[in-house]
Design a protein around this ligand. Structure first.
Ligand code: CO
Length: 262
């Protein structure tokens, strides 16, 4: 989620784009391995440690570990957020994954100085039908919004696409965290809210790399922070889903950089 502004130019050179592409492939491969491996009975600590090992095995480093927010440093290698946890959950030895859980996994890596960022929610099936719908709608809203990440459009076109899609389902769109530009830092301009007006906001140009990430609650949109200073949970205790891709704006169709080439 974007918090600090950067002075870096959002439009990338061909060399930078290649580096971002490689970082995104690493992030996507690790996320795929984690979604493949997650199972009932595992602790969220085990899953996070697997993330640490897989990132290292591919020659990258976690961009989450030691990430600074105020005086705090993020203590884990990935973000693992279960059920009413929205984002930025910390893997714990005491948290055993159970059947019916909605496990959101967020993998952000640095490779060769560039960042790749992606997330998805996995249901430990069989899960409640309302959860299957929530996760499907969240993923579909991301896919839909990506189609608006075209040169000549504006950030508001992406934001409004998520909002329009989700509103039909009556879910709560989280407003306290947003998507973001990405490059040599995890969070760069522009911020990409999951709500907004068509035609508003920054103009999209070829060479911009954007992390688009709807965070959608089954109930109301409000969140609160746990005492650990990181974990955001829904204020009404309802379950939440999170899907994220890093996307490149091109002269033509948007390129989704975080689909693993496996
Ligand atoms: Co992100």
């Amino acid at each position: 989620m974007a918090s600090k502004a950067s002075k870096l130019k959002p439009v990338r050179t061909a060399e930078e784009i290649q580096s971002i592409r490689e970082a995104c492939q690493l992030a996507a491969t690790v996320l795929h391995r984690l979604t493949d491996a997650v199972e009932v009975g595992m602790t969220t600590y085990d899953l996070d440690q697997m993330g640490r090992r897989e990132i290292a095995a591919l020659g990258g480093e976690s961009a989450c570990f030691n990430y600074a927010s105020g005086n705090l440093r993020f203590p884990a290698y990935t973000c693992i957020s279960i059920n009413e946890e929205v984002v930025h959950g910390i893997g714990r030895l005491e948290r055993v994954i159970k059947q019916g859980d909605a496990v959101s996994i967020d993998v952000v890596v640095r490779y060769n100085g560039y960042i790749g960022d992606n997330a998805t929610t996995v249901l430990m099936g069989p899960a409640a039908p309302e959860l299957v719908k929530l996760v499907s709608a969240t993923r579909a809203s991301l896919d839909y919004a990506i189609t608006y990440a075209c040169a000549g459009n504006r950030v508001g076109d992406i934001s409004n696409a998520v909002e329009r899609f989700i509103k039909k389902h009556g879910y709560g769109i989280v407003r306290d965290f947003v998507g973001h530009g990405i490059g040599t830092s995890m969070h760069e301009p522009p911020q990409i809210p999951n709500f907004g007006r068509r035609g508003q906001g920054a103009l999209l140009k070829p060479g911009m790399a954007l992390a688009i990430e709807p965070m959608i609650n089954l109930g109301s949109p409000g969140i609160r922070m746990l005492d650990d200073g990181w974990t955001a949970v829904t204020s009404d205790g309802s379950y939440s889903a999170h899907c994220e891709h890093t996307v490149l704006v091109t002269e033509d169709t948007p390129e989704i950089l975080t689909i693993p080439q496996i």
